[in-house]
Design a protein around this ligand. Sequence first.
Ligand SMILES: Cc1ncc(COP(=O)(O)O)c(C=O)c1O
Length: 420
Amino acid sequence: MIGEYNPYLEYRGGELYLEEVSLKSLAEEFGTPLYVYSASYVRDRLRAYREAFPDALVCYAVKANYNPHIIALAKEEGAGADIVSGGELYVSLLAGVEPSKIVYAGVGKTLKELEYAVDLEILLFNVESPMELEVLDQVAQKMGKKARVAIRVNPDVDPKTHPYISTGMKKSKFGVDIKTARKEYEQARRLKNLCVVGIHCHIGSQILDVSPYVEASQKVVELYWELLKAGFDIEYLDLGGGLGIKYKPDQSNPEPADLAEAILPVVKDTRAKLILEPGRSVVGNAGVLLTQVQFLKDKGHKHFVIVDAGMNDLVRPAMYSAYHHIVPVEKKDRPYVKTDVVGPICETGDFLALDREIPAVERGEYLAVLSAGAYGFAMSSHYNLRPRACEVLVEGSSYRVIREREDYSHLVGELLPKKP
Ligand SMILES: Cc1ncc(COP(=O)(O)O)c(C=O)c1O
């Protein structure tokens, strides 16, 4: 069953392994909380995208996991980067991604961020408002450059996912209304320092049914033909990311091949190059978060397993009521207990699981929180002044630290008064 999350994850002799590496030995060597990722899994996922979409450019969505070693892996597998900030641009470059494979979305790009990206001549600005078009044009003019743009259109399609990660609905802050997008395209065409080359659309994240993609791509393709007729040269259709992954044991998820089967027939007659921006479906199930049981607490009506990973390490359960499957790193015959698995943070919302049947664990044992490779470390914080976790990448029987564990100096270093 556990192999359905990640084929490189399995119990051997009662101990959980990721690839050829014992997770208990990693927890003992590097301490907890500890993020561990499988490089082979990341490679396999990108290969699955490549095979399903041989003519597309896959831009890995850096926001899902911005560790430069993970971005570098994606680059090695031929991916570009989908970014949403100057920071993500900086780290993508550090990881070796060429600007000609970088696409940049985001509703609130600052002047400084626009200048940075215009200067690098990135592949595509996915522009989200008429005002952003104006400002981008001014920036490009000042720098003596032309910026390539796609307009992010909002197809008003319900991706049937959590409302906080539904991004293509009419009421959302993202993009412009697809029905009236022609207006923004005409505006962009009048701006001398922009080159209008694409249509962008991203409807949400953790999408488990490909039909919303079909609906959204049909609307995008309609707009494509309308724009072509009006004399635009649309070279790129960027259909975003969002493919869902398995979080719950009974959940099945679409594969890149299913997405291809659904949307390639819709876009096949266009002459545009397809861009995809997957994040979660590349790294989500590559990673586990290892945590150690600190205390057990029985309040009669309620049982708690208190662990050393909190919402500052993995905020998804608190933020989206997200389910993460949790298993002990050592498999033994033992009874199950119904419990909350909670962290040390001073918030009632600080939990990893609520009312969950898990094997009765003991103080000091390690637990693995599955499906933690995406929006895990990337959304972590210093809340309650907790240093952030260490990250380890395994490949076959080798492993390496790709981010050192923080210590207390990381919490206050930049705040200390400067010496005269
Ligand atoms: C514009 C854009 N592209 C790509 C992604 C990646 O989505 P996912 O990680 O679900 O594949 C996101 C995530 O929200 C996004 O906002």
